[in-house]
Design a protein around this ligand. Sequence first.
Ligand code: KIV
Length: 282
Amino acid sequence: MKITDFYNYRKPGPKISMVTAYDYTLAAIAARSAADCVLVGDSAAMVMHGHPSTIAATTEMMALHTAAVARAVKEKLIVSDMPFLSVRKGRGPAMEAVELLARAGSQAVKIEGLDGHGDIVSHIVQSDMPVMGHLGLTPQSLNRLGGYRTQGKDRASAEKLVAQAQELERLGCFALVLECVPAALAGRITNLLKIPVIGIGAGPHTDGQVLVLQDLLGLYGEPPSFVKRYLDGRALLEGAINSFDAEVKASVFPENKRKDHANSERNETLAGAPYGAPVRDR
Ligand code: KIV
């Protein structure tokens, strides 16, 4: 899916699937999958670096992960998160962050919230860097919210979310992520907007869904209740490492094959690169 597919999106179109990726190896798998687009989320701070929240993400961190993902993903839209405070220091620093992410390979940025930085959203859009909005539970607001809670539950906060979503569309956002809002509210916003709305913990009535890849693969801690695990990745990987350990200790691996010895004695080139050849070269 390309940015133009988002621009041309007509409701009710086919549902859009988006997964996060932060490193070359999993991004290469996402690249070959049927998922529509890839988000280099600031959840990288938690999933890849072990921080307790996304507040620890920096522009440099996001650029490094974006560059790794961009080496693997060639045919799908790559969206990168603008990290905590990066749109709050004025136009110049915000544009420097956008430039760093664009040069690293992202084709669009995602920006949390709206209050106080609508002018920056608009400037980024007018500078030809497409912007995906993000409303509802915005994890960068954790210190203000005091926890990860469903947003828009009362009438006033629901109306504010509706108004903000419409404003982000007016400012030129090409899509909107709605995180942890009641399903009925997400459905209402989805029907009001022309741009596609991608939900996470926001029920089934949106134009698409996004999940953290490590959550859906069962690779990272205890996921939020709305996550569906499609694989028990941790158990599978741990089992594989334990098999390796057992075979090493039992002297089963490596096998004592005559051919291996012959190769190493003659100093022949190994089949494949030491850490595996890039997927596209296989
Ligand atoms: O950082 C992230 O991974 C996100 C998605 C979960 C929407 O913002």
